[in-house]
Ligand binder design. Structure first.
Ligand SMILES: Nc1ncnc2c1ncn2[C@@H]1O[C@H](COP(=O)(O)OP(=O)(O)O)[C@@H](O)[C@H]1O
Ligand SMILES: [Mg+2]
Length: 295
């Protein structure tokens, strides 16, 4: 990628993707906050970095902005909101917030490192996952979403919508619990990324999210159901090969036919519930994760 004259990013065909190159190119800092030791980078992109840290024999995960991100109010607001949401969730199906602050390298937050594998790992083989395992994961993922959406505190309902449920952001922990990470596009009772250019993960995002319209809990139902059905059938919900074609496809084309095929492997009422959750129109979906299960 290279910065175009207009200030946006265009693809450079022979861009060297080595770690050192990306770090300097994106203006990343790869520095641990005081008191922590940097172990390894987990994810680097033009707006920021996610790194693995250690302190006193325990591991943690740090998110901070790249220098380009630091200059963008939207990216900073996203980082601060993500930290605030993690604090309010207090470990409810999400990592606990451990520290938050600003140093010479800018804003950062540190959370506990969850010992689990993202669902992406189970898609890598390109074959449907075993059915018994699928039902175990799907049942707990559905409970996890119901708990996330119902979470409240002393001031009332947190009103959380994750906004970017996708295999990469859903971890399956060794205790067979599903946990969500990456609340960078989430909204809650104090606001959300409405009106931004963020569109979620295009293979799984609900049409209204991709079109930049108002999202609500039903958008999370769509994205989680699309993710689970992908696990069940090993075929992605959308076929677009570039960001531009995927945006068009996701915003305009229903995926119900794909979902009906994918759900053929899923026994019992769960299959029907998952298909209902990926209805193109939000009004056709169940109104909550709880309702989806009892339908
Ligand atoms: N608290 C955590 N514990 C374990 N793994 C994590 C944690 N936070 C993030 N990860 C891993 O790092 C990846 C990148 O983090 P994420 O918050 O999704 O960053 P991005 O906003 O760049 O997508 C995730 O897909 C997940 O695999
Ligand atoms: Mg992510």
């Amino acid at each position: 990628m290279s910065r175009s004259r207009a200030g946006g990013y265009t693809r450079r065909p022979h861009f060297n993707k080595s770690l050192a190159h990306r770090v300097s190119y994106y203006g990343l800092v790869l520095s641990a906050p005081a008191g922590f030791r940097l172990v390894a980078p987990l994810r680097l992109h033009p707006f920021g970095e996610t790194t693995l840290l250690a302190r006193a024999g325990r591991t943690f995960v740090c998110k901070r902005l790249a220098s380009r991100g630091r200059s963008e109010a939207e990216a900073r607001e996203r980082l601060l909101r993500e930290a605030a949401i993690l604090r309010a969730l207090d470990g409810c199906r999400a990592p606990r917030l451990v520290a938050e602050g600003e140093d010479d390298s800018g804003h950062y937050f540190v959370m506990e490192h969850l010992n689990g594998a993202p669902l992406t790992r189970y898609l890598e083989a390109g074959v449907p996952v075993p059915l018994t395992w699928f039902h175990l994961v799907a049942a707990d993922a559905w409970c996890a979403l119901a708990e996330l959406h119902a979470k409240g505190d002393g001031q009332g309902d947190l009103d959380i919508v994750h906004g970017d449920l996708a295999p990469d952001n859903i971890l399956f922990a060794p205790n067979e619990r599903i946990v969500f990470v990456d609340f960078g596009l989430a909204s809650w009772r104090h606001g959300g990324p409405l009106g931004t250019t963020a569109r979620g993960t295009l293979l799984y995002a609900a049409p209204e999210v991709v079109r930049g319209e108002r999202m609500d809990r039903r958008s999370d139902l769509f994205a989680l159901a699309a993710t689970l059905l992908h696990l069940a059938c090993a075929k992605a919900p959308r076929q677009g090969k570039t960001e531009a074609t995927l945006v068009l496809e996701a915003g305009e084309e229903p995926i119900e036919r794909w979902a009906n095929d994918a759900a053929k492997r899923v026994t019992g009422p769960l299959g029907r519930a998952l298909v209902a959750c990926v209805s193109f129109q939000p009004a056709q979906r169940p109104s909550s994760a709880k309702e989806a299960l009892v339908r």
